[in-house]
Design a protein around this ligand. Structure first.
Ligand code: SF4
Length: 434
């Protein structure tokens, strides 16, 4: 049987898509081996969100070719979609697919195993209007399962390459979401994380009759599910229906990831984000009123073209005021083909670096303050891994909790949070749930 090795760069959506491709290969009789091993086929699911993503993708392709010069290297994902010619120019690449042809990956690879040459299956993503529905044939070995329900984005933030790589919004049918959720719960997963490129736009292409809240209800109706979490969501798309679900169903995790990107109105306008800081602050206050104790995490881009020291200082002050539980800080990355890449007032790299450090320091401070505010409380933890005599897992509001007890992966337990520890909190198990 041929051996296949797969790897993923980038986001949870990509991770999910690699898992679906892994299932397709297994069904076709392939043996899946670790990416570092010698294989007959290497599949690289690329990312293009930053120039670092592009560079890493190229490095991994070259590494696979060095491992086995005769292997078929199949490259897919966002980078392959936006720059197929760059990918084809790398030695060893035999199959290039974008973000909508992955259901056929096994056929492409088999063809490449038989014949010479490079197969280019990258199509026009702007013409893709239906969700590429690949069922999960295999259950990944984790506690939390990602379930992709949407693809594509039409927001065209001025810095972002993703709308060009993923095309318009495409939503998965509710019946298929339910079927996949049932399969995951049957496979032993306790928590499902709904993911998408523009998750809040779920349903827009289905006539606007179904929404993200409907997709959540569908998953929550699956017997045996213990937790539901949402992936990244645009703040403007929060709905009263979602709040009601989070409040009323204790399985719905009190955690929202709402990308802010900048805390200066001038920068937000230049980014083509569709809110200003006052509106964002109002939305966050509303969320906290509706669901007390909720964790709100965010993404911030620093060093966007035209960001002056004053604008950056505004961002820092705004972010400090909002007090996010966690922040992912990225330096602005120039993506060819986007409006921001053509802006003339690019910020020098050393300035970006220095701002990243300052923003990250603030992020650490705010995460600690959030975790500290729960010390002494008892929260439910879903345990995931045990390393060196310590078991760790996550609360529903995304605090990592460590305990000394030996608890199998997937255990839910009520835990008293005692003190800060590593990147989270040390706790004492009060009660293990059946
Ligand atoms: S919402 Fe903006 S940042 Fe997010 S994928 Fe769409 S264009 Fe990119």
């Amino acid at each position: 049987m041929p051996k296949v090795a797969l790897t993923t760069l980038g986001c949870k959506v990509n991770q999910f898509e690699t898992e679906t491709m892994e299932g397709l290969f297994k069904r076709a009789g392939y043996t899946v081996v670790p990416f570092e091993a010698r294989a007959d086929v290497y599949v690289i699911n690329t990312c293009s969100v930053t120039s670092l993503g592009d560079r890493k993708s190229r490095q991994i392709i070259r590494r696979a070719h060095r491992e086995n010069e005769r292997a078929v290297i199949a490259v897919c994902g966002c980078y392959a979609q936006v720059a197929p010619e760059e990918i084809k120019a790398i030695e060893g690449v035999r199959v290039v697919l974008g973000t909508k042809e992955r259901a056929q990956i096994v056929d492409y690879v088999e063809c490449a195993l038989r014949e010479d040459g490079i197969l280019d299956g990258v199509g026009d993503i702007m013409q893709a209007h239906t969700f590429e529905d690949i069922p999960l044939y295999d259950s990944p070995q984790r506690t939390r399962a990602f379930l992709k329900i949407e693809d594509g984005c039409e927001n065209f933030c001025s810095y972002c390459i993703i709308p060009y790589a993923r095309g318009p919004v495409k939503s998965r049918a509710l019946s298929h979401i339910r079927a996949e959720a049932e399969k995951l719960v049957r496979a032993g997963f306790h928590e499902i994380v709904l993911t998408g490129i523009h998750l809040g736009a779920y349903g827009r292409d289905l006539g606007g009759e179904v929404t993200l809240a409907d997709a959540c209800r569908e998953v929550l109706s699956v017997a045996g599910l213990r937790r539901l979490r949402l992936g990244s969501l645009e703040s403007l798309e929060l709905s009263p229906e979602l709040f009601a679900l989070i409040r009323e169903d204790e399985r719905f995790c009190a955690h929202l990831h709402l990308p802010l990107q900048a805390g200066s109105d001038a920068v937000l306008r230049a980014m083509n984000r569709h809110y200003d800081t006052a509106e964002f602050a109002r939305l966050i206050e509303g969320v906290r009123r509706e669901v007390p104790g909720i964790a709100i995490s965010t993404d911030i881009i620093v060093g966007f073209p035209g960001e002056t020291e004053e604008m950056f200082a505004e961002s820092l002050a705004f972010v400090a005021r909002l007090g996010f539980s966690r922040m992912h800080v990225f330096p602005y990355s120039r993506r060819t083909g986007t409006p921001a890449a053509r802006m003339t007032d690019q910020v020098p790299e050393p300035v970006k670096k220095e701002r990243v450090h300052r923003m990250q320091a603030l992020a650490r401070e705010k995460t600690t303050a959030f975790e500290q505010s729960f010390l002494g409380e008892t929260l439910r933890v879903l345990f995931e891994t045990r390393v060196d005599g310590v078991t760790d897992g996550l609360t529903d509001n995304y605090i990592r909790v460590y305990v000394a007890d030996d608890l199998p992966s997937g255990t839910l337990a009520a835990v008293r949070l005692d003190r800060l520890y590593r990147d989270g909190v040390w706790g004492s198990v009060v009660r293990v749930e059946k």
